[in-house]
Design a binder for this molecule. Structure first.
Ligand code: XIL
Length: 354
């Protein structure tokens, strides 16, 4: 039939090609998962940055613009300009916005760290901050990282301004975290509220402690909707079975999982490019495997990379320029092997169990 009617096969080919997802964003849509990137409005003047972002991602998160340090130049002022630009960009391009973050022990302005407020005063200040910020973005930010990196690797709460120095609840364990969630919920009952953490992707003392906290919150009705696993991968040998088991147990608690800050750091030369070509393939395999684990976990609803292009990745400074090239697009905005691998993994959406 194809030989007798060659035009039919041409038309069929055309239809198949159009139906096939063309971008990561399309593929993620089809897999019913969100694909996002952390962004910085500073780069919006670069056409390749904005076109790649809007084409390939369906979600953004301000890399820094919603942190205390950025929003609060002094005690009286809220500076929403940069964050608003990001939200505007997202709206123009029909993208969702994750908010990051409301409570963290670092990246706070000097004026906040250097005063000696009483716990009551500090508590009032945090309540006010959460209410005003969440209210400002009400209906625009669909999910918030309410508290970031509250636990250390031993599964103990990190010492911080908010917990115990002096803390908003005189150091009463996870009470300060619960309080922050309640305040955020008050300000926007429709926003999904996440606890976000580093190095808790696998089962370890830290993820055990977070698991116990989420279980407790669910039992007591503290409004928590999800866990953000950052997924900054610095060694090229993540323990996939352990990640699978960990994701599954959190998902069984009835909460969502977002992979919030993924990158896979590679050894790089002075020009920021990967030293070993083989590493790029290893990186691709890791992205694919994490994509697969997410699709297989019923509660895993988003995968986000910590940046758009290797050109502007935080890894540069975080690892003293010896590691980098962790993202899906290289410094010229070309898709890397990791891009294809993740796209293909998402393409196998039959793996997803709804
Ligand atoms: C990083 C940003 O990428 C940098 O631009 C900034 O200078 C420091 O913070 N975990 C987090 C993110 O939750 O907020 C951090 O982002 C990276 C580690």
């Amino acid at each position: 039939m194809y030989f007798r009617y060659p035009h039919v096969s041409v038309i069929l080919l055309f239809i198949v090609a159009t139906l096939r997802a063309q971008t990561l964003r399309d593929e993620a849509n089809r897999a019913d998962i969100l694909i996002g990137a952390a962004v910085n409005a500073h780069y919006f003047s670069e056409a390749a940055y904005t076109s790649t972002l809007a084409r390939e991602f369906g979600m953004v998160e301000p890399e820094d613009a919603m942190k205390w340090e950025s929003l609060r130049p002094d005690e009286k002022t809220f500076n929403f300009a940069k964050a608003d630009r990001i939200v505007e960009f997202a709206q123009t391009h029909s993208m969702k916005v994750r908010g990051h973050n409301l409570v963290w022990g670092t990246h706070n302005p000097e004026w906040l760290m250097q005063t000696n407020r009483t716990p009551q005063q500090l508590s009032a200040l945090l309540h006010d901050h959460i209410s005003r910020v969440v209210d400002h973005f009400r209906g625009k930010v669909f999910a918030w990282d309410v508290v970031n990196e509250g636990f250390n690797e031993r599964g103990k709460l990190r010492d911080s301004l908010w917990f115990n120095q002096p803390g908003i609840g005189a150091g009463e364990g996870i009470a300060y975290i619960a309080q922050a969630f309640r305040w955020a919920h008050e300000a926007d009952p429709n926003a999904l509220l996440f606890y976000n953490e580093a190095e808790a992707e696998e089962t370890n003392l830290k993820s055990d402690a977070i698991y116990a906290m989420v279980k407790d919150f669910r039992q007591r009705g503290v409004p928590i909707d999800g866990i953000g696993f950052q997924m900054h991968i610095f060694n090229l040998a993540p323990n996939f079975p352990s990640i699978t088991v960990n994701f599954a147990r959190f998902s069984k608690l009835g909460i969502q999982i977002h992979i919030t800050e993924m990158d896979v750091a590679l050894p790089v030369a002075a020009d920021g490019k990967a030293i070993n070509v083989a590493d790029l393939q290893r990186q691709a395999d890791i992205y694919a495997e994490i994509g697969k684990i997410c699709l297989q976990t019923p509660g895993c609803t988003a995968i986000q990379t910590w940046g758009v292009t290797d050109k502007y990745s935080w890894l540069g400074w975080a690892t003293h320029k010896t590691k980098g090239a962790g993202l899906l697009f290289d410094r010229q905005y070309q898709p890397k092997p990791a891009y294809k691998a993740l796209e293909q993994a998402l393409g196998k959406r039959s793996a997803r169990q709804h």
